[in-house]
Design a protein around this ligand. Structure first.
Ligand code: UT7
Length: 323
């Protein structure tokens, strides 16, 4: 229970799954005019996992089962499954419904689309169900097969992203605190058009269903988002950077994290980074990072951790959790 008497949650366990296929910067240099030097310096990615056969649902299930095992919770104990994705193979059924069936759960399940900020939306949505005492155990999972949304001839985007899934099991507790959400709607900076269909009545021009992004605008938005959201959480919680054990930012560009850390004046070592190995996996990036930190033994009970994300929408969000 929180001090206000409203039930909240704690993270009981984590899991992740990435495709086996590793694609290095040198591999990409054979596809587009780029180099390991440029990608390493400008983005911070060395390699990423790119699906050959793994679907968004396959990865979500593997991450979910790992998180269930890590938390000692059985699939049939789950009261709710929330999945986040922008790159699943089907619009219907949702990823969460497919996961529900495959892992042997029998609870309510639905998906959320909030692009790269989505893991924060999963936690906030779950918090509402805990507050109403509607659930005792919840599975949240972000899963992305972004490789199917990339224009593999566009060096400005295809070198940045990767595929993967990350999951967490939540149980009743007092580990979720303040959160902040901002939406600056618009499709000028980041856009992924959907399949337009075969309507004989359609008038207009179909756009290719690829990720289109104004990199520099996104970069500026992202740095400002991390800085203002982390400050907001600290001020609202009466904490300073010293009180925070880890900051887990969405992994979009190492230089974004570097710039934000510098402006915040918080110890750089507190910012977790794994973008070198996975690239930007959108909704999966924060839960993948949490799972790595968890399994490396980096997270101690009572640690205060800030999660911070930004991306398509545009939207940005942050929250404070206690491990
Ligand atoms: O999760 C969604 C959120 N997304 C993000 O947070 C992405 C944020 N933005 C970024 O990470 C960076 O803006 C990029 C990595 C996308 C681009 O880096 P940049 O430093 O902003 O590069 P730029 O777009 O200003 O381009 C600089 C130069 C250009 O050449 P000229 O015009 O100066 O001759 C580009 O054509 O770099 C060129 N370039 C490349 N060169 C080699 C762009 N992509 C590549 C590439 N390899 N892959």
């Amino acid at each position: 229970m929180s001090m206000s008497g409203i039930m909240s949650f704690s993270i009981l366990g984590t899991g992740m799954s990435v495709p086996e296929n590793i694609v290095t910067n040198d591999d990409l240099s054979k596809l587009v005019e780029t180099s390991d030097e440029w990608i390493s310096q400008r983005v911070g990615v060395k390699e990423r996992r790119i699906s050959t056969t793994e679907t968004a649902v396959d990865m979500a299930c593997e991450a979910a089962l790992a998180a269930l095992e890590n938390s000692g919770v059985k699939p049939e104990e789950l009261d709710l499954i929330l999945a986040a994705t922008i790159s699943s193979e089907t619009i219907c059924p949702s990823v969460s419904c497919m996961v529900q069936k495959r892992i042997g759960a029998n609870c309510m399940a639905y998906d959320i689309n909030a692009a790269c900020s989505a893991f924060l939306y999963l936690l906030e949505t779950a918090a509402g169900y805990f507050a109403r005492n509607k659930v005792k155990k919840v599975l949240v999972v972000g899963t992305e097969r972004l490789s199917k949304l990339l224009d593999w001839t566009d060096r400005g985007t295809c070198v940045i992203f990767g595929d993967g899934a990350g999951a967490a099991v939540l149980g009743e507790g007092s580990g979720y605190h303040d959160s902040v959400f901002t939406v600056v709607g618009g499709d000028e900076v980041i856009k992924i058009p959907n399949y337009i269909g075969d309507s004989p009545f359609f008038k207009g021009e179909a756009e290719p269903p690829h990720i289109r992004m104004n990199g520099q605008e996104t970069f500026k938005y992202a740095v400002n988002a991390i800085v203002s959201d982390v400050r907001h959480i600290l001020v609202n919680s009466g904490l300073s950077g010293e009180d925070i054990a880890h900051i887990v930012p969405h992994q979009a560009n190492k230089r974004i994290i570097d710039s934000a850390a510098k402006r915040l004046g918080i110890d750089y070592e507190k910012f977790y980074m794994n973008i070198d190995r996975y690239g930007n996996t959108s909704s999966a990036s924060i839960p993948i990072a949490l799972d790595e930190m968890n399994r490396k033994g980096m997270l101690k009970r009572g640690d205060k951790i800030i999660l911070t994300a930004f991306g398509g929408g545009l939207s940005n969000a942050a929250c404070l959790i206690t491990w």
